[in-house]
Design a protein around this ligand. Structure first.
Ligand code: G1P
Length: 297
């Protein structure tokens, strides 16, 4: 069985939910404390054994390429001023993996973004990580949990989690038969159903391991929800030809694709990181006191 060594990360989207911040800056570069979201995603992939990161990118995304490249002028300045610690952090970013960039010339949906990567992926299984979801599991990275299941069955694996019924319309929803704890054999998938159409509350959360047969399925898939080529629809097509598994991902999940999830991630990281946690606790305590005393006046 071929190992999963490549990951596709689609980053061509506009980020309209974060305008005006994303007018000239990619949404993937927005920081959680002091690290851009996209770096957390790449780190998750690398810690699960991924060696090549394939970004499917678009216009105005140059900052992502620069972030994962060497920065000789910055490195020189850091070296000269003796900032060894920072220099190390900066160098490590570009040495983490091989980075490949493909331009998605038209934005025709997630399925289309994955299809754009076909020639670079070739005939081997690959991971997909979507930048809108941060999954934090220091022991067992989210995508690594799917790779483990792939190693067992040699078929595609979709990362899932339970969501409230009223939120199913935001996600691809799967239904399947339980085969072991947290793992199901998928028998149905639907992209962003209304609550009354949803077969379950098991939502796809932006992590996949796919066999290369997904490319052929994508080519046969008609455009779906929102007039876009949907990966979920192609998986439904593929499911008629080969088995697909779903795995509930263990870890803390932040939906950084919307303002509330993004704020939650920042506060959470600031409250747990060694260098910021004391400051952040104090800050929140003081702010709450201040607001309470104002409302008493
Ligand atoms: C995409 C997928 C959807 C999945 C979601 C997870 O939708 O199409 O199936 O549940 O990512 O974040 P998007 O949120 O990009 O519209």
């Amino acid at each position: 069985m071929l190992e999963v060594k490549k990951a596709v990360i689609p980053v061509a989207g506009f980020g309209t939910r974060f305008l005006p911040a994303t007018k000239a800056t990619p949404k993937e570069m927005m920081p959680i404390v002091d690290k851009p979201i996209i770096q957390y995603i790449v780190e998750e992939a690398v810690s699960a054994g991924i060696e090549t990161i394939i970004f499917v990118t678009g216009r105005h995304k140059r900052a992502i390429e620069d972030h994962f490249d060497y920065a000789p002028d910055l490195e020189y300045a850091l070296e000269k001023s003796g900032k060894e610690e920072l220099l190390k952090i900066i160098r490590e970013i570009s040495d983490m993996a091989n980075f490949v960039y493909i331009r998605q010339k038209e934005q025709l949906g997630l399925g289309h973004a994955i299809l754009t990567a076909e020639r670079v992926v070739g005939n081997e299984p690959f991971a997909v990580l979507l930048g809108d979801e941060l999954i934090i599991n220091p022991v067992n990275p989210g995508i690594g949990q799917l790779i483990e299941i792939y190693k067992k069955f040699g078929k595609s694996v979709i990362g899932t989690t339970e969501v409230p019924k009223e939120e199913v319309y935001k996600y691809g929803i799967i239904d399947g038969a339980k085969i072991e704890d947290g793992v199901r054999l998928v028998n149905y998938l639907v992209e962003k159903p209304e609550p009354h159409e949803a077969p379950s509350t098991s939502a796809i959360i932006g992590r996949y391991v796919l066999t290369p047969s997904i490319f052929d399925a994508l080519k046969r898939t008609p455009f779906g929800k929102g007039g876009e080529l949907q990966l979920t629809d192609a998986l439904m097509m593929l499911r008629k030809e080969e088995a697909i598994y779903a795995k509930d991902i263990e870890g803390r999940r932040f939906d950084t694709g919307n303002k509330y999830g993004y704020l939650e991630a920042i506060v959470n990281f600031a409250l747990t990181r060694e260098d910021t946690k004391d400051y952040m606790k104090q800050l929140i305590t003081n702010l709450v006191k201040e607001i309470e005393s104002q409302s008493e006046v």
